[in-house]
Design a protein around this ligand. Structure first.
Ligand SMILES: NC(=O)c1ccc[n+]([C@@H]2O[C@H](COP(=O)([O-])OP(=O)(O)OC[C@H]3O[C@@H](n4cnc5c(N)ncnc54)[C@H](OP(=O)(O)O)[C@@H]3O)[C@@H](O)[C@H]2O)c1
Length: 253
């Protein structure tokens, strides 16, 4: 029974592995026996992650690259494949939030946000689909957000991208699940990362957000382990096109 949740021996690509949720998930997969390639721009942070996660005999490797530039995605995908082979599991975690209001958002910030948060998860993952299809098994995990469902202040570009990712997840599932490639998304509540530094610097706001959940607290990284392993493993063989919210019931209330 527990084997159903195994990712032992799998090859995983995690974008945004230099910090926050991506770094945590990349380490989670290494600990669970997978070979993991982390992608992001900051080489020093990725190197530190490789040393830490790969240190105890785990398999971790880094690819440095800017995922905002669509022209660079093929080179990044080739570099990822060169580390451990073709990834069977792709976790699209890299993301940004310019936190600009509807009145102030610039076209440049809008385009960058939509490119990184919405376009890259599709165009990067698609480069790994032929190998997954040939194996008849694969997993694509996108990262949604409570802003996939709810409007929040200064979230016009971020919310549009995260709203889009839920429908992209369904469309990817429609396209590729017949080949054994299930596509789902994790929808985290509030978790302490660089992205949410501003929120975590405001205790009153944090308390308010915690009170808005059903469980009564904000997210802790360990809350993501089970849901991530579920979506990455044979345990979710009959689950595709879904968003699994890991938000303490925030969006249920
Ligand atoms: N934290 C939360 O509460 C929360 C809630 C819901 C959803 N999310 C989502 O979770 C994902 C991870 O966010 P996080 O909270 O962990 O934030 P984070 O700590 O800021 O991580 C963002 C990651 O994305 C990478 N990244 C940013 N721009 C990039 C680019 N141009 N090219 C390549 N990589 C890039 C960053 O690496 P480099 O800077 O090194 O490139 C970093 O590894 C995002 O999709 C976010 O929307 C987070």
């Amino acid at each position: 029974m527990s084997d159903r949740f195994s990712v032992q021996g799998r090859i995983v690509c995690v974008t945004g592995a230099s910090s926050g949720i991506g770094c945590f998930l990349a380490s989670t997969f290494v600990s669970a026996g997978a070979s993991v390639v982390g992608v992001a721009r900051r080489k020093d942070k990725l190197d530190a992650w490789v040393e830490e996660a790969g240190g105890a005999g785990g398999k971790a490797a880094a690819v440095v690259g800017d995922l905002v530039d669509p022209a660079g995605l093929e080179d990044i995908a080739e570099a990822v494949k060169s580390r451990f082979g073709d990834p069977e599991i792709v976790v699209n975690t890299a993301g940004m939030n310019p936190r600009l209001s509807a009145d102030d958002v610039t076209l440049e910030a809008w385009r960058k946000t939509l490119e990184l948060n919405l376009s890259t998860p599709f165009f990067l993952a698609r480069l790994f689909v032929p190998a997954m299809r040939a194996k008849g098994w694969g997993r694509i995990i996108n990262i949604a957000s409570m802003q996939s469902l709810r409007a929040m202040p200064n979230g016009i570009a971020y919310g549009a991208s995260k709203g889009g990712i839920t429908q992209l997840t369904r469309a990817m599932a429609e396209a590729w699940s017949g080949d054994g490639i299930n596509c789902n998304a994790l929808g985290p509540g509030f978790f302490p990362t660089e992205l949410t530094q501003k929120v975590y610097g405001d205790p009153e706001l944090l308390d308010k957000l915690a009170a808005q959940t059903c469980i009564g607290r904000n997210g802790e990284m360990d809350d993501l382990v089970g849901p991530a392993l579920f979506l990455a493993s044979p345990a979710s063989d009959y689950v595709t096109g879904q968003v699994l919210f890991v938000d303490g019931g925030f969006t249920a209330k």
